[in-house]
Design a binder for this molecule. Structure first.
Ligand SMILES: Cc1cc2nc3c(=O)[nH]c(=O)nc-3n(C[C@H](O)[C@H](O)[C@H](O)COP(=O)(O)OP(=O)(O)OC[C@H]3O[C@@H](n4cnc5c(N)ncnc54)[C@H](O)[C@@H]3O)c2cc1C
Length: 524
C-alpha cells in the first residue's frame, strides 16, 4: 500500500462505484467487502487509518455481557457470531481471554454464573468454552491481588481480545489486496451534487496543497462520531444523528495485575462494567461513559474520569494505583446513535444504524468494532441497491484477513504482521541493528518502522508511535523520548528534511502530553 501510487490511481478511474468516507473499523470493513464483491472502491481518510475511535477501544472482541444484562439479545447474538468469524479469519490478531468476575454474595455468584452460561449458550457452535463458577480459593489463586474481604468466589467466562489499530491496518491491507484504493490524510471537504443527488466528493490532500473532485455512483459516510459534519455538507438542516460519549482507559504496569486473567467488575457506580485486562505486557483498565457536547479529533480524558477508574480498580485490588503509576491515558468517542429518548449514554443502544438521505448519501454509524463485518455487509447491500450496482453476494464471512496463516501464533514477536513477519525478519537479518527496540522494555524495532513506511502508509511520527506500534498508548513518556529517532529514520525513508523532523517531533510532543495523566489537572 503506497500513498503516491494510490493518488496516481485517482486519475485512472473516471467514476468510482463506491467512495467511502472514513478509515476506521466501519469504513475499512466496507472497503474490504465492496472490493471483494468486485466494485471499484475508493476510501478517503482525513487523518491516519484508525486515528479516530477505532484505535481507542477496550480491545475486546465480544458479544457484550452488559448488553445481555440490558436485554439486547439480538445485538449479543449478532456480536457473538461476529466474534467467532473474526477469531477464525484473523488468528494472528486475536486471542481468547479468560475474564473473572469476583463475587461478594452467594446470590451474585449464581446470578452471574447463570447469566454468563446463557452468554456462552447464545454463541452456539461458535462457543469459546464453558463458563465456570469458581470457589474463593481458586479465584484468589488466579487473581492474587484481589481484595479478600467478603469474597465468596467468582465466575469465569471467555471472550476475545485484539489490537484495534493493527486490525484496522490489516483491513486496509486486505481491502488493497482485493483491489480497493485507500488514501490517508485525504479529507472530504464537500459533496458534489447534480440535481440534488450526490455524485462525488471534493477532497483536500492534507500533506500537499492539492485538492481533487472525484465522481462516484454512490458515497458512503462512515465517519463515526463525525457523521454529522458530512450530513451537514449534504443538508444543513439535517438533525444530529450521533451523540458522542467519551470512554477513557488507563494503562499501568503488569505488576499491578499479574497473571493471565482479566478482571471484570460487573457494576460500577454509574451502572457500567469495568475491565482490567492484559494487553501487550501491560494492563488496560477502563472504561467510562461520559456524554460530551463537543467532538474533538484528539479527545482528552477528564480528571474526573481518571479518578473514577482509579477508585473502582482500587476498591478491588490490594495493590492500589495512583496517578504516578499511569503510563498512558487514552480517550475515545463512541458514535452512539441519537434517539429522542436516550437519557444516559450508558443505556444508549450500541446497535448500528444505516440511513439513505434524499440525495442518496448513505450514512452508517453506531455499532462496535466486533460487528464491523456485519455493518459493512449491510452498508454495501444498501449502496449497491441505491447505485444500481450488480447484485453480488457478500463473501467476507470466510475471508481470511491479510497475513492470516495457520502457522503464525498470536503473541510471538512480529506475529501481528502475519505472513508479512518474514519480511521484517529479513530486514533484521540484513542489518541486526534494525532489530533493536526503539524504547526500553518494548520490543518494537526499527525494522518495523521501515516496513510500515514502505508498505503500510505510515506518513507521520504519530502514525508510527500511536497506531503501527502502540507505544503512545502503552507508555507516553517513552513514546515522547522515541519521537526524534523515529522522525530521523522516517525522514530518510520519505525523503523529508530537517524542518519536517522538527515539526513532526514538536507536534508529537504536544499530542502525547494529553496521554500523561499527571498533565490533566482540571476539567479540560
Ligand atoms: C472507549 C471505547 C471502548 C470501546 N471498546 C470496544 C470494544 O472493546 N470492542 C468493540 O467491539 N467495540 C468497542 N468500541 C466501539 C468501537 O471502537 C467503535 O464502534 C468503532 O471503532 C467505530 O468505528 P468507526 O469507523 O465507525 O469510527 P472511527 O474509528 O472514528 O472512524 C471514523 C473515521 O472517519 C474519519 N473522518 C471524519 N471526517 C472525515 C472527512 N471529512 N474526510 C475523511 N475522513 C473523515 C475520521 O478521521 C475517523 O478516522 C469502543 C468504543 C469506545 C469509545
Amino acid at each position: 500500500m503506497n500513498r503516491n501510487l494510490s493518488i496516481e490511481a485517482l486519475g485512472k478511474v473516471p467514476v468510482w462505484d463506491i467512495i467511502v468516507i472514513g478509515g476506521g473499523a466501519t469504513g475499512l470493513g466496507i472497503a474490504v467487502d465492496a472490493a471483494q464483491r468486485g466494485f471499484r472502491v475508493l476510501l478517503l481518510e482525513k487523518g491516519d487509518f484508525a486515528k479516530g475511535t477505532s484505535s481507542r477501544s477496550t480491545k475486546l472482541v465480544h458479544g457484550g455481557v452488559r448488553y445481555l444484562a440490558q436485554g439486547n439479545i439480538k445485538l449479543v447474538v449478532e456480536a457473538l457470531r461476529e466474534r467467532g468469524f473474526l477469531l477464525a479469519n484473523a488468528p494472528h490478531l486475536t486471542r481468547i481471554q479468560q475474564f473473572v468476575i469476583p463475587v461478594y454474595s452467594f446470590f451474585d455468584k449464581w446470578f452471574y454464573g447463570i447469566g454468563l452460561a446463557i452468554y456462552d449458550l447464545l454463541s452456539g457452535k461458535l462457543s469459546l468454552g464453558r463458563t465456570k463458577v469458581m470457589g474463593r480459593k481458586t479465584v484468589l489463586s488466579e487473581i492474587p491481588f484481589l481484595k479478600k474481604d467478603g469474597l465468596k468466589g467468582g465466575v469465569a467466562y471467555l471472550d476475545g481480545q485484539f489490537d484495534d489499530a493493527r486490525l484496522a491496518i490489516t483491513l486496509a491491507l486486505t481491502a488493497h489486496e482485493q483491489g480497493a484504493v485507500l488514501i490517508n490524510y485525504m479529507c472530504v471537504s464537500a459533496l458534489v451534487k447534480v440535481n440534488g443527488k450526490v455524485t462525488g466528493v471534493t477532497v483536500q490532500d492534507e500533506l500537499r496543497d492539492v485538492h481533487y473532485n472525484l465522481e462516484s455512483r454512490v458515497v458512503i459516510n462512515a465517519t463515526g462520531v463525525f457523521v454529522d459534519s458530512i450530513l451537514d455538507m449534504d443538508n444543513q438542516a439535517s438533525p444530529a444523528a450521533v451523540m458522542p460519549s467519551q470512554g477513557v482507559h488507563l494503562v499501568v504496569d503488569k505488576a499491578f495485575f499479574p497473571g493471565n486473567q482479566a478482571l471484570m467488575i460487573p457494576k460500577t457506580k454509574d451502572g457500567r462494567v469495568l475491565f482490567a485486562l492484559p494487553w501487550q505486557e501491560s494492563i488496560v483498565i477502563g472504561t467510562t461513559d461520559t456524554p460530551l457536547n463537543e467532538i474533538r479529533e484528539e479527545p482528552v480524558a477528564l480528571k474526573s474520569e481518571i479518578d473514577f477508574i482509579i477508585a473502582q480498580f482500587n476498591a478491588y485490588s490490594q495493590k492500589p494505583i495512583t496517578y504516578a503509576d499511569i503510563r498512558s491515558v487514552f480517550a475515545g468517542l463512541r458514535p452512539l446513535v441519537k434517539t429522542s429518548n436516550s437519557g444516559s449514554t450508558a443505556m444508549a443502544s450500541r446497535d448500528h444504524t444505516i440511513f439513505v438521505s434524499g440525495s442518496n448519501l448513505i450514512t452508517i454509524t453506531g455499532g462496535k468494532w466486533t460487528t464491523y463485518r456485519k455493518m459493512a455487509k449491510d452498508a454495501v447491500n444498501n449502496a449497491a441497491f441505491v447505485a444500481k450496482l450488480p447484485v453480488i453476494k457478500c463473501k467476507t464471512r470466510k475471508l481470511k484477513l491479510h497475513g492470516a496463516s495457520g502457522s503464525i501464533h498470536y503473541g510471538e514477536r512480529f506475529s501481528s504482521y502475519g505472513t508479512d513477519a518474514v519480511h521484517i525478519k529479513q530486514l533484521i537479518q540484513q542489518d541486526p541493528e534494525l532489530g533493536m527496540p526503539i524504547a526500553e522494555g518494548h520490543s518494537y524495532c526499527k525494522a518495523e518502522i521501515i516496513w510500515s513506511v514502505r508498505e503500510e502508509m505510515a506518513m507521520t511520527v504519530e502514525d508510527i508511535l500511536a497506531r503501527r506500534s502502540r507505544l503512545l498508548f502503552l507508555d507516553a513518556e517513552k513514546a515522547i523520548a522515541a519521537a526524534l529517532p523515529v522522525a530521523q529514520l522516517m525522514a530518510g525513508l520519505l525523503n523529508e528534511n530537517e524542518d519536517w523532523i522538527t515539526h513532526q517531533v514538536k507536534s508529537f510532543h504536544e499530542l502525547a502530553g494529553g496521554y500523561i495523566a499527571g498533565n490533566i489537572f482540571s476539567e479540560n
